[in-house]
Write a protein that binds this ligand. Structure first.
Ligand SMILES: Nc1ncnc2c1ncn2[C@@H]1O[C@H](COP(=O)(O)OP(=O)(O)OP(=O)(O)O)[C@@H](O)[C@H]1O
Ligand SMILES: [Mg+2]
Length: 281
């Protein structure tokens, strides 16, 4: 009671509220069971999490821990076996497929490890495709602008085979962005890239977040990539075993990638000790 009086004696009616943050992703006790004939695979075993507008989150965990399963649910590509998933306040856990497809197309931009580009299709055309499905007008102009935004304004007519891996991933990012989605979901977007291209991809995601407040959820196996995000969620055997803020997220391209040992130490130092070296050891 007493502590709500400030030093100069004025009565404060309530403690200071943190700035209001809007929940975009609200997952409550979600499970996913795959039935393989007689065998059931429990890929998610009760996952709850909330992701706020404008957050950049990475999801980590060993192979088979349920990361892609969770991403598929977050992206409305699949639905939970039980539990509730609210996207932007709307319960999508039991929605019919055609409504889900509409939400996917409108709200979510997907980026995959393997780029998922069409082989015989130019960069410009790849980026136009979601607009064609959505029946949007002014497609050429919008697709060109999206490619320019990822630094590929000079590569509009190139086929995937005429682009580097990093450039192909940037086409995929332009394609994910062209519908102006509310969030980006990326399943190991840097998994097939050398570290320079990986850094370029992270720079794009970070500037999207900085400039447009884009909510971004990544799956990554790479602690160095995870350190460029604001929060790390760790999965194991279908449950969340850790969910922590990254104390000082790195700015892509500003710091040279350290050795693997230093990298891991850095991640854990930030996660456990808030980045204060003196408390570490
Ligand atoms: N469509 C499916 N049918 C049956 N089992 C599946 C299916 N998809 C995933 N699984 C199983 O569910 C578990 C979680 O798989 P998931 O793909 O989510 O893991 P992950 O964390 O993404 O792994 P990785 O790091 O290897 O990509 C695994 O045991 C996997 O074999
Ligand atoms: Mg996976």
């Amino acid at each position: 009671m007493f502590k709500w009086f400030s030093k100069n004696g004025h009565h404060k009616t309530e403690p200071e509220k943190p700035t209001e943050r809007r929940v975009v992703i609200d997952v409550q006790d979600v499970t996913k069971v795959y039935k393989m004939g007689e065998v059931e695979v429990h890929a998610l075993r009760g996952v709850s999490l909330q992701i706020y507008e404008g957050e950049v989150v990475s999801i980590m965990g060993p192979s088979g821990s349920g990361k892609s399963t969770l991403m598929n649910i977050l992206g409305c590509l699949d639905q939970p076996s039980s539990g509730v998933y609210k996207l932007d306040g709307v319960d999508v856990s039991v929605m019919p497929e055609q409504d889900l497809a509409r939400i996917r197309n409108k709200k979510i931009g997907f980026v995959f490890q393997s780029f998922n580009l069409l082989k015989r299709t130019s960069a410009l055309r790849q980026v136009e495709l979601p607009l064609i499905y959505g029946g949007t007008s002014g497609r050429g102009k919008k697709a060109r602008a999206a490619l320019e935004a990822v630094g590929l304004g000079q590569r509009l007519d190139h086929l995937p085979s005429e682009l580097s891996g990093g450039q192909q991933q940037r086409v995929a990012i332009a394609r994910a962005l062209v519908n102006e989605p509310a969030m980006i979901l990326a399943d190991e977007p840097t998994g097939n890239l050398d570290s320079r291209s990986g850094t370029e991809v992270m720079q794009i995601f970070q500037s999207l977040n900085r400039e447009k407040g884009m909510t971004t959820v990544f799956v990554t196996h790479d602690p160095w990539i995870a350190r460029h995000t604001q929060r790390v969620i760790m999965l194991r055997d279908g449950i969340i075993i850790a969910d922590r803020e990254v104390a000082n997220p790195l700015v892509a391209g500003e710091v040279e990638r350290p050795s693997e040992a230093e990298e891991l130490e850095g991640l854990f130092r930030d996660a456990y000790y808030g980045g204060k070296r003196e408390e570490y050891n």
